[in-house]
Design a protein around this ligand. Structure first.
Ligand SMILES: Nc1ncnc2c1ncn2[C@@H]1O[C@H](COP(=O)(O)OP(=O)(O)OP(=O)(O)O)[C@@H](O)[C@H]1O
Ligand SMILES: [Mg+2]
Length: 296
């Protein structure tokens, strides 16, 4: 197996991991390496992430797992480097300071994510944590035009909250012992320790909302946004309606975009479309210049 040299400095971090660049010693090629500390991650959890990541790496829409290695303290997951960082950074943090992500760009991005999830689920993996911070861009500092034109690759990462299933039935329910994922983006059934492939459809609805509503999550703690309480967020996830437009000056979303998010964010998982069915929605039609795809 080739050896790698870690480069100093983090390019990302999460709950129990850090991500650094590394180079392959044989040819100097650069990769991203996720370091998972054995002290902070249960062995079963790391094993599940590895299996899910390996299975998912068949998809061109996933930041491919290249190699894995470990020492006494750490697991190292060497993966394809996505030089553009996360969609959260590019489309949610930077662009919306000036104007929100436009619908055409958002629809192209969401389409790529759905293609990735379709492959991932066909390989028997429920991603379990779909959100803008887990979607990577291959092109450094992409313009909105590059994002909208598919010139910039869009790849899923982070299989740390993933669950394995048989890869066939979009309504299969899998019991999970441990609640993992991001409270803002967890589906109603996930709060009851049940995951289904359609939990990823919910995540796509959340991602779409993030893109079109200046990075906000569909369900937040309105009274304490700077110190959010998880039970208030989950109250909204279980019983609330997302605020699709409540700020003066916010551009109106098209009926097609609203319909897409409504379908993805249905409380009952079986009532949501599968990720494959989502691709058929008019809002995601490739010929986005057609009037019906724009206006619904
Ligand atoms: N292949 C990659 N190329 C470039 N950057 C990456 C890559 N993989 C991960 N990152 C960066 O590292 C961050 C953390 O990685 P990842 O999401 O896999 O870790 P995590 O600990 O599971 O995250 P969290 O718990 O916050 O969801 C990503 O949000 C991204 O900024
Ligand atoms: Mg992550």
């Amino acid at each position: 197996m080739p050896t790698y040299t870690l480069l100093p400095g983090k390019i990302g971090s999460g709950g129990y991991s850090t991500v650094q660049r590394c180079t392959r010693d044989t040819d100097g090629a650069q990769f991203a390496c996720k370091l998972l500390s054995k002290a902070h991650n249960k062995p079963g959890r790391i094993e599940r992430e590895l299996v899910a990541f390996r299975r998912a790496s068949v998809s061109p829409h996933v930041a491919k797992l290249i190699d894995t290695t470990e020492d006494a303290h750490t697991h190292y997951l060497v993966q394809e480097l996505c030089a553009g960082g996360t969609l959260h950074h590019a489309a949610v943090l930077l662009a919306p300071a000036l104007h929100p992500c436009d619908e055409r760009t958002a629809a192209r991005v969401v389409r790529q994510v759905l293609l990735g999830l379709t492959d991932v689920q066909a390989a028997g993996v429920i991603h379990g944590d779909v959100k803008a911070a887990n979607v990577l861009l291959t092109q450094r500092a992409p313009t909105a035009a590059a994002l909208a034109s598919d010139a910039c690759g869009i790849k899923l990462c982070d299989f740390g909250a993933s669950t394995l299933f048989d890869g066939v039935d979009a309504d299969e329910l899998v019991y999970v012992d441990e609640l993992v994922g991001t409270p803002y983006f967890m589906a109603p059934e996930a709060l009851a320790h049940n995951l289904t492939p359609k939990s990823d459809t919910w995540g796509v609805g959340c991602l779409c909302f993030q893109l079109l509503r200046r990075g906000r999550a569909p369900f937040e703690d309105a009274d304490q946004p700077w110190q959010p309480r998880v039970r208030h967020i989950w109250q909204g996830v279980l019983h609330g309606e997302p605020a699709y437009r409540d700020e003066p000056g916010e551009p109106e979303l098209s009926p097609a975009a609203l319909d897409f998010m409504h379908l993805c964010l249905r409380k009952l998982a079986p009532a949501r479309p599968s990720v494959r069915e989502c691709l058929e929605h008019p809002w995601l039609r490739l010929d986005d210049d057609s009037p019906d795809a724009k206006s619904g």
